[in-house]
Design a protein around this ligand. Structure first.
Ligand SMILES: NC(=O)c1ccc[n+]([C@@H]2O[C@H](COP(=O)([O-])OP(=O)(O)OC[C@H]3O[C@@H](n4cnc5c(N)ncnc54)[C@H](OP(=O)(O)O)[C@@H]3O)[C@@H](O)[C@H]2O)c1
Length: 262
């Protein structure tokens, strides 16, 4: 008898955490809808996953900042398909003092990290609630969500938004078939640092996690129905301590942790 594999959609699946979400889900028996802008990368990942795991994989490339692409993505991903997991993983940051950075860049961070995430959470959350099968909405925030982060102000604030938003709707949806999990990684080895123009100093490097380990923790938490997970033991310690620090001190310490090496 053929085994029915559930479907998951992963955004930002062309590199970093997204690739590991796709790999680990395929190995756990899921079929996948993968999206990001770089089609060549998505296609080679899809080919490898079909060959190695027998998963069905649909590739839909495009820019999530564009509402018309989000329309097309939702329509194609849900056509004759019931998604049971949506991972809003695509996101990026930019390190710069706020007034010295380009406003267009701040706007791009806000559009992808917040607007696109809320839009997909709403539309695909309704899709999952309506079909009624056990489902998961997984939103990727950051340990930057736990305090103000000078020189990373817009990014960290966007992740505070993701965390608050996700925890609030997790509460609202607790009585439904849709479990919501917010994942807060710390520094993780992906392309994120290069995109953000970020160089980690020695202190920040202490908590550096592999993408594979981060995703393993994230998926275990999501599949267990947990509402919030901070990945990596040092990140857990730091975010726990942050609860007791005055906001000014937390901002000062996070500014120090963001200083480039040297
Ligand atoms: N790595 C870290 O240290 C770290 C720490 C905390 C939180 N996070 C969060 O983890 C998530 C994954 O990041 P990562 O570390 O895996 O970084 P990454 O390797 O740079 O991957 C980012 C992904 O987002 C996609 N993306 C970027 N802009 C997009 C757009 N406009 N439309 C569609 N897709 C877009 C990229 O694909 P294309 O370029 O092909 O579109 C890529 O697949 C992000 O939300 C990030 O904020 C990362």
């Amino acid at each position: 008898m053929a085994v029915i594999r559930p479907w998951a959609l992963v955004t930002g699946a062309s590199s970093g955490l997204g690739v590991d979400f796709a790999r680990q889900l395929a190995l756990k028996g899921w079929n996948l809808v993968l999206t990001a802008r770089r089609r060549d990368r998505l296609e080679s990942l899809a080919e490898a996953l079909r060959r190695d795991t027998g998963a069905e994989v649909l590739v839909l490339d495009g820019d999530l900042a564009l509402p018309q692409f989000r329309d097309a993505l939702v329509a194609a991903a849900t056509l004759d398909r019931k998604l049971q997991m949506v991972i809003n993983n695509a996101g990026f940051g930019q390190q710069d003092p706020f007034l010295d950075g380009a406003y267009a860049r701040w706007q791009d961070v806000m559009t992808l990290n917040m607007t696109a995430l809320v839009d997909l959470s709403w539309r695909l959350g309704r899709h999952m609630r309506d079909h009624g099968l056990p489902s998961h909405l997984v939103n990727i925030a950051s340990i930057g969500a736990y305090q103000p982060v000078p020189t990373f102000a817009v990014y960290a604030a966007s992740k505070s938004f993701v965390r608050d938003f996700s925890e609030a709707i997790a509460f609202e949806l607790a009585v439904t078939n849709v479990a919501v999990t917010c994942v807060c990684p710390g520094a993780t080895k992906t392309e994120f640092m290069d995109t953000a123009g970020l160089k980690l100093n020695r202190v920040a490097q202490l908590g550096l996690q592999s993408s594979e380990a981060c995703v393993r923790e994230a998926l275990n938490a999501a599949l267990a129905g947990r509402r919030l997970v901070v990945t990596g033991w040092l990140n857990k310690v730091v975010t726990f301590m942050t609860r007791f620090a005055p906001r000014g001190l937390a901002a000062r310490l996070s500014e120090q942790s963001m200083r480039p090496p040297g």
